[in-house]
Design a protein around this ligand. Structure first.
Ligand SMILES: NC(=O)c1ccc[n+]([C@@H]2O[C@H](COP(=O)([O-])OP(=O)(O)OC[C@H]3O[C@@H](n4cnc5c(N)ncnc54)[C@H](OP(=O)(O)O)[C@@H]3O)[C@@H](O)[C@H]2O)c1
Length: 288
């Protein structure tokens, strides 16, 4: 499994037979390390959780974003194809432009709004074009008890501020790295037990169940934090137009995850329940 100390890789790490690789030993910026790590691991399955994930920074660092999100996954997929082993590759809701009025299905037209989304889309295309047995999981709004993410940022900022402004007109499906890791483990277990089925090939949406806005996620985060005695700031809902960012975020990031349920029988937990668990873990292990 690639992804070093990233959120998803950290949630996936530790199981029996799981080898986690990260920089400097495995580095998409040094393509020779990809084949070397692959040879050393001699895997039965590869999970690619490594990516260039800095959405705004990617605009001025496009070469690095494409190396990590397109070129590296392409090499990995070629290695998997040559070894005839499956690849589970993680992608993003940012392949869409966010203008659809309903949750996105896998076959909806793509329209990335920035370099990050475009490079991840190019990665999907490279993986699919490699001939590897590939499962691409598009996820969204990922957070965890550790790492750099929206929920932890809210808790940190909320400690010192009485009032926060958070965007209320972007909706999506918050997803914990732990829930996505559980889904990946279930898929990996199925592959190991029953082998490959052509029905597994291609793109699946894999995000938390239910939906909310960033404002809704912030308010719910503070509701949970209040149970742990945290100060609760007032959270105002603002429009995207009032919070300019270098890359436009999709107004609608909701992912319809029916295919994942239909093919693998997997439905990620309700985002609100997972938030409760994650905030409890944060206060138990790494309070802001
Ligand atoms: N975070 C989100 O909200 C979100 C939303 C939708 C989709 N996704 C996708 O979900 C997956 C996991 O994301 P995450 O939240 O776990 O991201 P993350 O916490 O940013 O972790 C990504 C990891 O990738 C590794 N990495 C970065 N550049 C690399 C390079 N050039 N070569 C090798 N490894 C490199 C880094 O590991 P080391 O530095 O430790 O080696 C980093 O910790 C990614 O595919 C991402 O695109 C994330």
């Amino acid at each position: 499994m690639t992804g070093g100390s990233g959120q998803l890789a950290s949630s996936l790490a530790g199981g029996p037979g799981v080898l986690r690789v990260g920089r400097p030993a495995f580095d998409f910026d040094r393509p020779d390390t990809i084949a070397a790590a692959f040879r050393a691991a001699n895997p039965r399955l590869v999970i690619n959780a490594a990516a260039y994930t800095a959405v705004d920074a990617a605009e001025s660092d496009s070469d690095a974003a494409y190396r990590a999100n397109r070129d590296g996954p392409a090499i990995l997929a070629d290695l998997c194809a040559a070894a005839d082993i499956p690849l589970i590759h993680v992608s993003t809701d940012y392949v869409f432009d966010g203008t659809k009025a309903a949750p996105y299905v896998e076959t909806d037209p793509v329209g990335p709004q920035g370099v990050y989304g475009a490079s991840k889309l190019a990665g999907e295309e490279a993986v699919m074009g490699s001939g590897a047995k590939a499962i691409i999981l598009r996820t969204a709004w990922v957070y965890a008890a550790t790492g750099k993410n929206f929920v932890r940022t809210m808790l940190t900022v909320g400690k010192t501020r009485d009032r926060l402004s958070v965007v209320g007109d972007q909706v999506g499906c918050p997803t914990t790295a732990d829930d996505l890791a559980d889904a990946i483990r279930t898929i990996a277990g199925r592959l190991d037990r029953d082998g490959w089925d052509p029905a597994y090939q291609g793109i699946f949406h894999a995000a938390g169940s239910g939906e909310t806005s960033w404002h809704g996620l912030a308010v719910a985060t503070f509701q949970e934090a209040a149970r742990h005695g945290a100060k609760v700031p007032e959270v105002a809902s603002i429009a995207t137009a009032d919070w300019p960012t270098p890359v436009k975020r999709p107004a609608n990031s909701r992912l319809d995850c029916s295919r994942l349920q239909h093919v693998f029988g997997i439905r990620l937990p309700q985002w609100r329940d997972s938030l409760t668990r994650t905030v409890d873990t944060i206060f138990a292990t790494a309070p802001p």
